[in-house]
Structure formats: C-alpha cells, structure tokens
Design a protein around this ligand. Structure first.
Ligand SMILES: Nc1ncnc2c1ncn2[C@@H]1O[C@H](COP(=O)(O)OP(=O)(O)OP(=O)(O)O)[C@@H](O)[C@H]1O
Ligand SMILES: [Mg+2]
Length: 371
C-alpha cells in the first residue's frame, strides 16, 4: 500500500485505526480533505471504497464519507455509529441529506464553508489529551483583592510541578500581567497581536510565539491601545493552549466581557479571591453570581486576616461558595511586585503553599491518582 500523500495512508486492515478515515474516490474531494487535514496537522487514513473502509469503520475516531461513496456504504451495510460525517460535493444534490440520514451521519458538510469546523473536528478527534488540561480561572471579589497575584503564583506553582503552563491575562484593564512577572520586555505576541484570531491555532506555533518567563507561557495585555479580544479569538486560543499544555491559568476581570465568559465556560474551576471584610464579601457575592452560570465549580479563596474577625467559612458561606482555602499575607508582596518579582516565587510563602496544595488536590482528582 502506498501513502496517498504525506500524512495520509491507505487504511491498513492489520493496524488498529486511530486516525480519522476519509472514504472517497473523488480526487478533487480527496485533495480538499487532505488539505484541511494538513491544516489541522492531523494524519488520516484513506479508503477509496466502502469495502476498504469496513476494517477501520468501527474504530476510526471520525469518518468523513464523500458523497460519491455514500450509496456504496449503504449497500455495504456498514454499521451505524457516531462520528460519521457526510461530505457533500454538489450543493444542488438534494438527495445528499437523505443519504446522510440512511447511513446515520451526524451531519452533512460542504467545503470550503465547513473548513473551520472540520479543522477543529479533525483535531478534536485525534487529540483528546488536550481536553484534559486543567484550566483555573481566578477573579477578585473586589478591586485589589489579590486575584492577579494568585493567578501568577498558581502558574509558577504549576511550573514547579513540571506542568506545561500557560498564564492568560483576560483583564483588559489590568495593565498587562507581564508586568507582574517583570516580563514587559519579553519578546513575543500579546493580545494586541492576537485579538482577532480565528480558527484552529497549532499549539506548538502558538507556544513558540508567546513570551516565556521561567517556563511559563504568557498571553498578556500590554500598554498599547488594542481592540477588545473577540470571543472567537479567546475560544481559538484557549482551545490551542488547552491542547498544548497541562495547566492554563486565567486572570479574569471582575466585570466579565464575552471573551472572559468563554474562558469561564472552559474552566475546570474558578476561584474568587475574597478579603475577609464585610464590603468585600458583599461585592464578591455579585462577582460570584456572574461566574456561577458559566462554570460548574466555583470556589472562594479567603484572604485573612481582615480588619475584624470574620471566619473564612463565614465569608465563603456569605458569598455562597465552597471554601477552597485561606491565604495569609504574603510578606513584601507589594514591594516585590514593584520590582517585577512574581508573586509565589517564595516556595514557603502563603501564596506558594496554597497553590501547591490546591494543584495537588486538583491534579489528584483529575487523574484519580496522586500526581
Ligand atoms: N496574598 C497577598 N498578601 C499580601 N498582599 C497581597 C496579597 N494579594 C494581593 N495583595 C496586595 O493587593 C494588591 C493588589 O493585588 P492584585 O493586583 O493581585 O489584586 P487584583 O485582585 O488582581 O486587583 P485588580 O482589581 O486591580 O485586578 C497587591 O499589590 C498587594 O499589595
Ligand atoms: Mg488583577
């Protein structure tokens, strides 16, 4: 058997198929599908007819049946399964929908209209590991609560655990999270360069393009006048970094925009930092209400001590969130931030200790085993 093109092979009956399967004998359609697969950086198997498709049919993660082979698949009585997509060739072919129904296809697509969808579908089918990367979003219950400091400390802690870590600044008014890491001079792309990104972004290319600080990749705002992040851009970039990393930490704005809501909805857990003060608690209640509809796991992190003696559990109860933990004052944090020394650098400091424990718990529950 000869490869149909680089990254494409004829379906080998002796190999367990882990690649998406293209079933078509139409040279033009095959060219188009292989081009999309190359854009998705995904290797595929090709079966020119229903007979050759049979061996891979049950196990391929995604099957794209060309309209030219739909009838043949039907005649071959290939079993119904999820993840079958019929790729139409002729927009005026009214029967394509009926054939799709009869072979049990999930959907009918036409190129080039469905190209962006198909790039994502091919990547999703072959790269399920990316979906397991942990995403931790951090928001302040009030202004200056300590959210950015916690987000940076969490990213540093992740790196310490050897997790491939990306820190995303989703707060356009925060002045740039690169400053909190002393990385304002670090070369690489920032939101100003990426705010209109669309479609699939290859993880390695993105990782190489972002500034790196002590092994943490940064997607930061800078001090330039830049347009807001479009929701599609947040979605595309988050999807890319989730594929290419183990841990993503997002510094959320308190008043979330559409891009921040996308980040919340993709978060494994969201933390709301609440200083143990009456007014901060009241403000955090409102902040939490903006996050809860988008994220299934939202928890409070209480900064102690407050001016009175509000217990952390009382604060968390008042905000209506489970308590993730308490953070005591980080000695010299304000001064460190002024010098561009990232919060959480001191291993034995309260921030680093909280983050280490939290990440240990989270990775343990994500893996089912101690990480
Ligand atoms: N864990 C901490 N220990 C001691 N001081 C802290 C801690 N966290 C934050 N601070 C103090 O609060 C200030 C604001 O912190 P930070 O910028 O992290 O808050 P924020 O919630 O992100 O604020 P913003 O509302 O501007 O986004 C810091 O400069 C520091 O002085
Ligand atoms: Mg902040």
């Amino acid at each position: 058997m000869t490869p149909a093109s680089p990254g494409a092979t004829l379906a080998d009956p002796n190999e367990p198929p882990r690649r998406p399967l293209l079933v078509t004998d139409d040279a033009g359609l095959l060219d188009d599908l292989l081009r999309v697969a190359a854009a998705a950086d995904v290797a595929v198997d090709v079966a020119p007819d229903a007979h050759l498709a049979r061996r891979a049919w049950g196990r391929a993660p995604l099957i794209l049946v060309g309209a030219d082979q739909a009838q043949a698949c039907l005649r071959a009585e290939l079993p119904r399964r999820d993840g079958v997509v019929l790729v139409g060739i002729d927009l005026d072919d009214a029967e394509v929908w009926e054939r799709a129904m009869r072979i049990g296809a999930d959907r009918v697509i036409f190129l080039p209209d469905a190209e962006v969808w198909l790039v994502d579908a091919l990547a999703d089918a072959t790269d399920p590991v990316g979906h397991r990367s942990i995403v931790i979003a951090v928001a302040g219950g009030r202004g200056g609560a300590g959210a950015t400091s916690l987000a940076v400390a969490m990213a540093i802690s992740g790196r310490r655990r050897n997790l491939r870590t990306v820190l995303i600044d989703a707060d356009p008014l925060g002045g740039g999270i690169d400053l909190a890491l002393g990385a304002e001079e670090a070369s690489g792309l920032r939101w100003g360069d990426l705010s209109s990104t669309r479609g699939r972004v290859p993880p390695r290319a993105l990782s190489e393009a972002l500034p790196q600080v002590d092994g943490v990749s940064l997607l930061s705002w800078d001090r330039c006048d830049a347009p807001p992040v479009e929701p599609e851009a947040m979605s595309a970039l988050l999807s890319s970094v989730r594929r290419g990393s183990d841990l993503v930490v997002v510094d959320l704005p308190r008043g979330p925009d559409e891009a921040a809501r996308i980040a919340m909805s993709q978060s494994t857990v969201a933390l709301v930092v609440v200083p143990a003060e009456v007014r901060a608690t009241a403000a955090a209640l409102r902040v939490a209400a903006l996050i809860v509809p988008h994220c299934a796991d939202v928890r409070a992190v209480v900064r102690q001590p407050g001016p009175a003696t509000l217990a952390a559990t009382t604060v968390a109860d008042a905000v209506g969130l489970p308590l993730a933990g308490v953070i005591r004052p980080e000695p010299g944090l304000s001064e460190s931030l002024e010098r561009g020394e990232p919060p959480g650098t001191r291993r034995r400091g309260p921030l680093a200790r909280f983050c280490a424990r939290f990440l240990a718990e989270l990775t343990m529950s994500a893996d089912g085993v101690a990480a």
